[in-house]
Design a protein. Sequence first.
Length: 762
Amino acid sequence: MKFTDGYWLNREQYDIDSPMETFDAHQDGKTLTAFAPYKRVLTRGDQLNLGATTITVTSPVENVIGVKLEHFVSEDHGPAFKINNLDPAVDVQVDDQQASLQSGDLKVTLPLRTDFSMQFTANGEVVTQSETKAQGTIWDHDAKVNYMREQLSMDIDEKIYGLGERFGNFVKNGQAVDTWNQDCGTGSEQAYKNIPFYLSSKGYGVFVDEPQRVSFEVGSENVDRVQFSTEGQSLQYYVIYGPTPKEVLHRYTQLTGGINLPPAWSFGLWLSTSFTTDYSEDTVLKFIDGMKEHHIPLDVFHFDCFWQKGFEWCTLAWDKEQFPDPEGLLKKIHDRGIKVCVWLNPYVAQKSPLFEEARQKGYLVKRENGDVWQWDLWQAGNGFVDFTNPDAVAWYQAKLKDLLAMGVDCFKTDFGERIPTEDVKFFDGSNPEQEHNYYTLQYNKAVYDAIAEVRGADEAVVFARSATAGSQSYPVHWGGDCLSNYNSMRDTLRGGLSFLSSGFGFWSHDIGGFEDGDDRPTPDLYKRWTQFGLLSSHSRYHGSNVYRVPWNFDDEAVANTKRYVDLKLSLMPYLYTQAAHGAAYGNPLMRPMFMEFGDDQNVYDNGTQYMFGSQILVAPIFNDRGQANFYLPGGKWTSILDGQVYDAPVSGQWIKQQFDELSLPVLVRENSIIVRNENAEHADYDYAHDVDIHLYQLTEGEVTTKVVDVHGVDVATVTAKRAGQKIEVTTTGFSGDVTVYVHENDQVLDTKLVAGNATVTL
C-alpha cells in the first residue's frame, strides 16, 4: 500500500506520524523498550499533546532480533503465528547516548535524544536500518482506518527474494506485494501461498509477524527501502541475520517451525486421474497397469475430486456408482506396490450428508447472526469447516481416519484460500482478517496430524495448494492451476523458487500444465515439462480435462517419461540425503542459484534454473526448439545424461546450446560424490545397498558425503581423497556390491568394485 505522493508529500487521505527521536529506553531482563515521540522534545511543553510509538526489542533466536512497534495498546483476538523462543544469550545496553540489544553477531542500536534511527549491524557492518520518518502510524481519515508502517533500507545492488509463491519476476525489487491468499491461478500477481518473509542478497531476512494482510513495497514507493505495512495499531517483525541465505533460512525455520521430511516414497512419480475426466475402477487400473506395461515405475496414484459424487464435495465418501468396492480397489492398487492419494478440501456442500451433521454440531463457520456462512462458489451452498473449533477438528479428522483405515495413504489438500472475512464469526472469536491466511495452516495441520496418528509421523505427507508462515512443517505443496504452455511452465518455476526462498523445503507442480484449453498439451511441452517435473522434489502428472499418461502423446513421450523416472529413482540415495539434511537445517531441496553461489552476482536474477540439492544443476527448456540458455558458475560441470564436460571460467559463463527432445542440462558440479542405484524400481529402497559411487572432477584434497536410510538417518559415508593422480576412496556402512566410477574430464577413467566397507586406491 502506498501512502506518499512522491518523496515529499503524503497522499491526501493519510495523516502520517513518525518517531522523530528515541526519548528514552530501559532494560527489563532480555528486553529493550524504547519510547519514540512524533517530534523532537526540546522543552517540557513539547511533551504535551504528542503521540509516540513504544518500541519493544527482543531476541527469541540467536542472530534474530524482534521489533514490535506499538502506537495504541489493542486487544489481539488472534490467531497468531507460533514463534519459538530458544532463549539465546542477549546483551542489552542503555546509557545516555544510545540503547542497544545484541544477539549473536546481530546488534540493533537506537541513538537517544537525536534524530531517530534504528540501525541493525553485524560485525561492525550495517545490515539494514530504519531511518528518520521510515516508521509511521498512519490515519486514513476517509476510511477511518489506522495502519502501521516500517521501511528498512536497501543497498544499491541489493536483491530481495521470497514473499511466498509469486509467479512474476523472481527478484522482488520494484514490486508491490500484498500477502493475501487467493484462488488465483499462476498467471497473475496474486498467490495461493503468501508468506510475509523476504530474503535479501545482503545476508539477512525479515519476517513480518502479522497473519493478516501485509502490504510490501519493495523499492516501489521509496525506491531505496523495503516498506511493509498493515492495518492496526501495532506491527511486529524480526530481522534475521545469516550471513548466508542458508543460515537465514535455518534461523527463520527455528523461529517459525521446522521443515518435516516427507516419506521417501512420496518422491516417486504420482499419476492423477486429472480433474473432469471420466474414470472408474477399470480406468484407474488400466492406467496403473499401462505404466507397468511401458516399464515406467509408479509410486502414487491420485484420485481427484470425482472419487466423490458431484455437488457433494467434500462428503469424504466414495461414489459407489463408479467405485462399488473401494476397499477392494485400494487393495488391488497396494498389491501393485503403489500408494493412494485422494482429493479433498475444507468446504462442505449443502447437498453433502456431512453438511447437516456439521451444521447441527456447530462445526461450520458462521455469520454474526449465527447462520452458517454459505455461498455458491465451487459447490452449491458451500460451508467452511471451522478449524478454530477443537471439536470440529476432531470430527473432520475422524472422517479422514476412516479413509486411512480403508487404505488411503495421503490426501491432496486443495483450496483453503477462499476464506470469508465479511460478516464472519469463528468459534474461538478469531479476527476474520487474521484468520483468512492462517486458516490454511489449521486445515493442513489437521489433515497432516491425522495421517501421522494413523500411519506414523514418518509416513505423513499432504499435497497442499495454500500456505502461510509455519506451513513448512506440513509438506508438500504444489503450484496450483497453471496453463498448458511454455510461459506458464516458466512462471511455475519462478513461483516455486520464490516459494522455496520463503522457508519451505519441498514443492511440486502439475506436469504438462493444468488448464488444457481447447486441446491437450502438445507432445513437445509434455516432454519438456516431464523433465522439469521429474527433476523437482515431488513429481505429479495432473491436468484438467485430459489424461496425462504418456502414451496419449507419442512414443517419445513414453521414452522420455521412463528416462526421467528412472533417473530420479536412481538418484534417490543422493536426493533423499540432500532432502533430509536440508530439511533438518531449514533449507529447500530445490535451490535458487544464489543459495549455492552467493558470491557470484551473475546468479542473483536467475529464476530459470536451479540447484537440485547442492551438487546438481538443472536448467529446464522452455521452448519447442530445444534451445537452452543457462549459466554456469566457474568450474567444471559434467552432464549426468551424456558425460559432456563444461569448463566454465572463474568469472562464470552463459551457454546457449541445442538439446534433443530427450535431453536438457542436468549437470554435476566439480568435486562432487553422487551415490546412485540404476536398478531402483520405486523411490523407497535401501539407499546403501548395491550402489554406484560417482566421483565427478575431483580436485586436490578431501570430500565426503553421507547417505541416509528411508527414515532420513545417516547410515553410510563415502570419502574421496585426491593427491595428484592418486585417488583414495573409503566407504563405510554400505552393503552388497559397490562400484566406483571416476569422471575425469570427458572420460570415465576407472571403475572399481569394492566391498561395502573398504578403502581402495584408484
